[in-house]
Design a protein around this ligand. Structure first.
Ligand code: 5GP
Length: 235
């Protein structure tokens, strides 16, 4: 496999083509942004943690029948993936109120929700990723109702598998964001699952071990990312 030119540069990742049109390489950076790019910084080692954590969780999910774009980890920061066409809908799964949901409905952070909440956002930085519903998605042609049914079922399965797994590591999975892609006629889980895209709280102390430490200037950001990696790797 020969890595080619960069085709996408996001806030935390770069994507490169390869000599195989069905494969791409993701490179994870230490750059961190929040609030749609208004806050910027560097979290030393974040790219390595996100790459290793994400790949570990994708492998776990594959064992439970959830197919992702993951193909092979190349090194600490680079991973070979299937070159999917990203569905421009961010899927947010929530078990416990926090962040924007707490603000929107007035539930204090940490309030247990009676059932899992699924939210959809239109993936558009210029618009600030606005929340949309399934009729917007159909009306805008972002995905078909059949694709959304698959995506919703996969998102709930991811939640079920990860919640149980993380509880065994003394971590509460509060909420997280997923992205999906089209590949050879099917829907694959794509993007990443990491402390950048999930809220992980220590199940005993409630300590935040995720990107909220950066967003909210809570300190010990690097240590929190490392703690997640250590727990997942059994260190
Ligand atoms: P909230 O809507 O409360 O800000 O975020 C809900 C969950 O989705 C959190 O775990 C958060 O990390 C994740 N999330 C939502 N939107 C984004 C995004 O644009 N980038 C990242 N990295 N995570 C997001």
């Amino acid at each position: 496999m020969i890595q080619g030119k960069m085709i996408y540069e996001g806030k935390a990742k770069q994507v490169f083509v390869t000599d195989d049109p069905t494969l791409a390489v993701i490179h994870y950076k230490d750059d961190a942004t929040a609030f749609n790019g208004l806050k910027r910084g560097t979290v030393v080692g974040k790219g390595v943690v996100n790459n290793l954590v994400s790949n570990h969780l994708f492998k776990l999910l594959a064992g439970h029948g959830v197919e992702s774009h993951f193909v092979e980890q190349l090194n600490d920061r680079d991973t070979l993936v299937h070159r999917v066409e990203i569905v421009p809908v961010e899927v947010i799964v929530r078990n416990i109120a926090a962040g924007s949901l707490s603000k929107r409905i007035g539930y204090p952070e940490g309030t247990k929700l009676r059932c899992t909440v699924l939210e959809y956002c239109y993936k558009d930085d210029d618009l600030g990723d606005p929340m949309i519903n399934e009729t917007h998605i159909a009306a805008m042609g972002l995905a078909t109702p059949e694709e959304m049914a698959t995506i919703a079922a996969m998102a709930l399965k991811v939640n079920e598998v990860l919640t149980a797994y993380l509880m065994g590591l003394n971590l509460s999975l509060i909420d997280f964001k997923l992205e999906f892609g089209r590949f050879e006629g099917r829907i694959l889980l794509a993007d990443e699952i990491s402390p950048d895209t999930c809220r992980f709280w220590d199940a005993r102390t409630g300590e935040k071990l995720d990107k909220d430490r950066f967003r909210r200037d809570l300190g010990d950001v690097e240590e929190a990312y490392q703690e997640i990696l250590n727990r997942l790797m059994g260190a």
